[in-house]
Each structure stands twice: as structure tokens, then as C-alpha cells.
Write a protein that binds this ligand. Sequence first.
Ligand code: SF4
Length: 327
Amino acid sequence: MTAPVLEVRDLRIAFPTRTGDFARPVDGVSFILHRGETLALVGESGCGKTLTSLALLRLVPAPGRIEPGSRLDFEGRDIMGLDADELRAIRGKDIAMVFQDPMSSLNPVFTAGAQIIETIKAHESESTKAARDRALGLLREVGISDPELRIDQYPHEMSGGMRQRVMIAMALATEPGVLIADEPTTALDVTVQAQILEILDRLREIRGLAVLLITHDLGIVANRADRVAVMYAGRIVEEASTRTLFEAPSHPYTQGLLESVPRLTGPVQSLKPIPGTVPDPARWPAGCRFHPRCPKVMARCRAEDPSRLALADGHHMACWLAEETAR
Ligand code: SF4
């Protein structure tokens, strides 16, 4: 396997609370991402996945801060050590982002074309004509029909799926090495969802992009990601190839997530929601953070925090059951 394009080690993000304490919604996240692969970061709302993705561009909203000791490397460069100009050069150029709601990310008073052209010219010294030609090519690449017409349309003249395609075209305008797609299909209907995921997949293959797909929906991950990292309460609790994760989910939280996804094949079964909610990051439970919701909780889980153990090559989990499995 090639050297990682992105490497995250022990990422911690803290927010001050009113009591003078700190909440840590991201608390020791580590993963690597290789060129040409899709890693899905999956978990319920509030588990810290979006904050993790914002941290990769040092965009954690104030008063939050990335804590000392966190390591973020892009192609061997320490993102935490970059100054404002170097950071600006990386944002959008080397690491691009596609957000959940294209309507709030696109500027309603500029045409789709103007926004793509502006992105190109912000990073490269191209003439407006050359940038427009590239914008047309990008619109074609993301499957927009009649790009000569669409390039001069405003966001409100487009459907949700088309706006999301424009967002992807903008993200690709500077030929980034990493694309972060944060819930890119949540606001779209099922057929458009599939088309957008198809586009991301094709671009990953053709351009050798590294894609970090952030989602709460394990269902969309099955055929789209090479690896899956499951997040719970600010940490990755299980990481494996997508196939292993679906065939042999080992962490009780991953098992619960899979049992709550509807299946089209096999016998009809009622869905089993995971009881309770993600805990407050200012008051993570002692021991294993999943213990108040875990159907397999043991006495040890309430007192001791499980460390990450390897179950097999590339398959890790943070759960005391891993010791028994290993035995
Ligand atoms: Fe459940 Fe214990 Fe494993 Fe936590 S460590 S997931 S509480 S079995």
C-alpha cells in the first residue's frame, strides 16, 4: 500500500464549558487515509465525526480548540504547524470539502459557473476564459447535463441533486488529493443519493482521490467505502475493511448500528434501535463510554476504559470483549 496521504494521530478537541471545565467531543481519534481509497467515518449525531473533519482543515469553531499533542499530517506536512498563508493554500486546494447542505454552501447571488471559476482563480493564475472552459469540463465530469446552460444558472434554479453536483465540481476545481464529504447525500432523495455516491466513487477511481466519507448511515457505506471507522463518544471504537465490518461486526455498538439498518434481503425482522442517546461530551461516562447502552456490559466495563486491540490484520476495536476474542 502507498504512503498515507492523510494521517491523524490522537486528535483531541476541547470546548470550555460554563463551569470552567472542558468538554472533549473528539477525544483521541487516530486514522490514516491512502490515495485512491474511501474511508467512511460512521456514527450517530454528536459522536464527533463532523468536528473531526473540520479539524483536518483547522476549522474547529471558536471557542473550541485542537489540543496540543494532536497530530494532523497531510502528505507528511504537519497541518498543526502551518501558518495562515500555508493553511489557506491547503484549504480547498489540497484538501477540499463537500457539505451536507449545498444551499447554505453555495452563494445564492452568483451563478454556479462564477463560483467554480472564482475557486479556480483563487488558487491558480488562469484567464477567465480558460477557467470557464475548465468549469464546463468539471460540470460535465459530475454528470450535469447541458453544462453550457447550467453554468450561467443560479443555485435556486437548480434541483438539490444538481446543486450538490456543483459543490462537488467546485471541490474538484483545484484537483485536491483529499475530498472530505460530510453527509453529502442526507438532504437528497434515494435515487439522487445513489447518483452522487456513484460520482464520488468514479472520481476516486479516475483521479486517485482519497475520500473521507462522513455519514450516520451505515446503509450507504456498504458498497462505497474500502474501510469503515465507527465513532462513538469522541473515539473510534471499531475499524475494519467494509467487508469485515459487515460480515463480522465485533463491537457491540457496531452490532447495534447494523441491527438498526433496514435490510432488503433475508427474513423479515423488526429493527432494533440502540437504547438511549450519545452521552454529553462534558460528562463522558467512566470506564467504557458505551457501557450505559451496551447489552453486553460487564462489571469491568463500568470502571476501566478499554484500549484499542487488534482482532485481525486491519481490524481493531476498543472493547473488553476483544481480549476474550483474542484469547
Ligand atoms: Fe460493551 Fe464492555 Fe465492550 Fe464497552 S467494553 S462495548 S460496555 S462489552
